[in-house]
Design a protein. Structure first.
Lengths: 287, 168
């Protein structure tokens, strides 16, 4: 349970980081370390070089930008849980983070790290998908932006070249008042989710739904946006029958199976979680 | 890497004392504390972030010492279970409460329980039982069933609230 030998680099700037990524082979980037350190200790990962980005300046701030909230890739989960801008503009992120690991792992774990690690059950890509996030990538061929919907190439595989790094994520937060709800089912709190779901709902003065977003994680290698249900909700009253009918649409999604959890069980859980998340979001939308 | 062990010199504060050592870059902080500083109060069990026994307090927040490289602690301020009591030996309220409420049996998880709860209670002595149970959800205890640990934490919280109001 000890990490294999590697060369250690701790750049202080994004430029220095880019230089290292361009010149080194078989590299792993060390962010918060809450996934990579276990992988090193168990020797699932055997990099020749570890680039620790904890001392890179400017990667850990949260700021309001045109059309959203820009979160530095190294912003700790603990910081986001308490951040006033997150509370004001993306409150579901704080609610989702409550389900991530434990107090000790959230002290170190980062938003960007989770979006690069891409555990299929992770709450953070699920929330990023809800806000149609843009991921800002730096690399030797220039900086580029990738939509969260194009980010997950496959199982735990982000659309990142070996010489690129994620530096920030912009959540395209909604203007005005809206309700939100995040629900999760795991065998114990802090375990990997079997299924987790985020819902955003905006309603007008008469209680009619004007905008909806639904994202489900744990069912596929990437978070699934339930766009059919979103379209069905808009223009309808936010009542129990409408929300239950929207949740039923989750019964049609294609779910992974593994040794413990069957796809059929995940589907049934997805319906229940979507219904709960929508109910919570509808209550909060009322204010 | 052909067996070459890269080392770096680090300087950090551990339990109020500045220490400086050369350390292998692949050594995790828990091993550094135990092997290099001989602070064996920090217990290592799973070494992949699941059990919580190795929890220490880094710059005021609880974290897993097995999930951080020692070299990353350069410049940081660390408290281990050895640093919870006052220099004169007066126990931290959470240590007193564990003693009083029988908050341990075999003692293996205890350093992680104490450091987690010390950090959480120092930040928020108003915490309720649900908050305490959540705070220690990342610390596995196979003896107590957690009840006496929760009792101890609630008792320590009350003591710390009283002390904050100048009642002690």
């Amino acid at each position: 349970m000890k990490a294999p030998p590697f060369a250690y680099h701790d750049p202080r700037s994004v430029d220095e980081l880019k230089g290292l990524l361009a010149s080194l082979e078989n590299v792993r980037i060390l962010a918060g370390g809450q996934s990579l350190m276990p992988m090193l200790n168990m020797r699932y990962a055997m990099p020749d070089h570890v680039i620790d980005i904890n001392r890179v300046a400017g990667l850990d701030d949260v700021r309001k930008v045109e059309g959203g909230l820009r979160i530095g890739a190294m912003t700790r989960q603990r910081t986001l849980e308490r951040d006033p801008l997150v509370a004001a503009h993306a409150p579901i992120l704080a609610e989702a983070l409550h389900w991530v690991g434990h107090v000790q792992t959230r002290s170190r774990g980062t938003f960007g790290g989770s979006l690069c690690h891409l555990d299929p059950s992770s709450e953070q890509p699920c929330t990023a998908a809800l806000y149609d996030a843009t991921l800002h990538v730096a690399g030797p061929r220039g900086d580029r932006d990738v939509s969260i919907h194009d980010w997950v190439l496959g199982y735990m595989t982000p659309a990142l070249e070996p010489d690129e790094a994620l530096v920030a994520v912009t959540l395209h937060t909604w203007d005005g008042r809206y309700g939100y709800g995040f629900e999760e089912f795991a065998r114990r709190h802090g375990d990997y989710a079997i299924v987790c779901t985020g819902a955003l709902l905006a309603t007008d003065a008469s209680g009619t739904i004007t905008r909806a977003a639904l994202s489900i994680a744990g069912v596929d290698v990437r978070p699934v946006r339930l766009s059919e249900a979103e379209a069905m909700l808009v223009g309808k009253p936010a009542d129990a029958a409408t929300l239950a009918a929207a949740a039923e649409i989750a019964r049609g999604i294609d779910c992974m199976s593994d040794a413990q959890i069957s796809g059929d069980y995940r589907r049934r859980l997805a319906v229940a979680m979507v219904k709960r998340a929508l109910t919570k979001a509808a209550e909060r939308a009322k204010g | 890497m052909d067996g070459i062990e890269e080392t770096r010199r680090i300087r950090l504060v551990v339990n109020g004392k500045t220490v400086e050592r050369a350390v292998s870059v692949r050594k995790h902080l828990g091993d550094f504390l135990r092997e290099d500083l001989r602070l064996t109060g920090t217990h290592l069990a799973c070494e992949h972030g699941v059990c919580g026994a190795c929890t220490i307090i880094i710059d005021g927040v609880p974290a897993r010492s097995c999930l951080m490289l020692a070299v990353q602690a350069d410049g940081l301020n660390i408290r281990t279970v050895e640093g919870l009591a006052e220099p004169d030996g007066t126990l931290h309220p959470i240590q007193d409460a564990f003693h009083e409420k029988h908050g341990l049996q075999c003692g293996f998880c205890t350093p992680g329980m104490l450091t987690t709860l010390a950090a959480v209670l120092e930040e928020n002595p108003e915490i309720d039982e649900a908050g305490i149970r959540e705070a220690i959800s990342g610390n596995i205890c196979r003896c107590t069933g957690y009840e006496t640990i929760v009792d101890a934490a609630l008792s320590a919280a009350a003591t710390m609230r009283q002390a904050a109001r100048g009642g002690l």
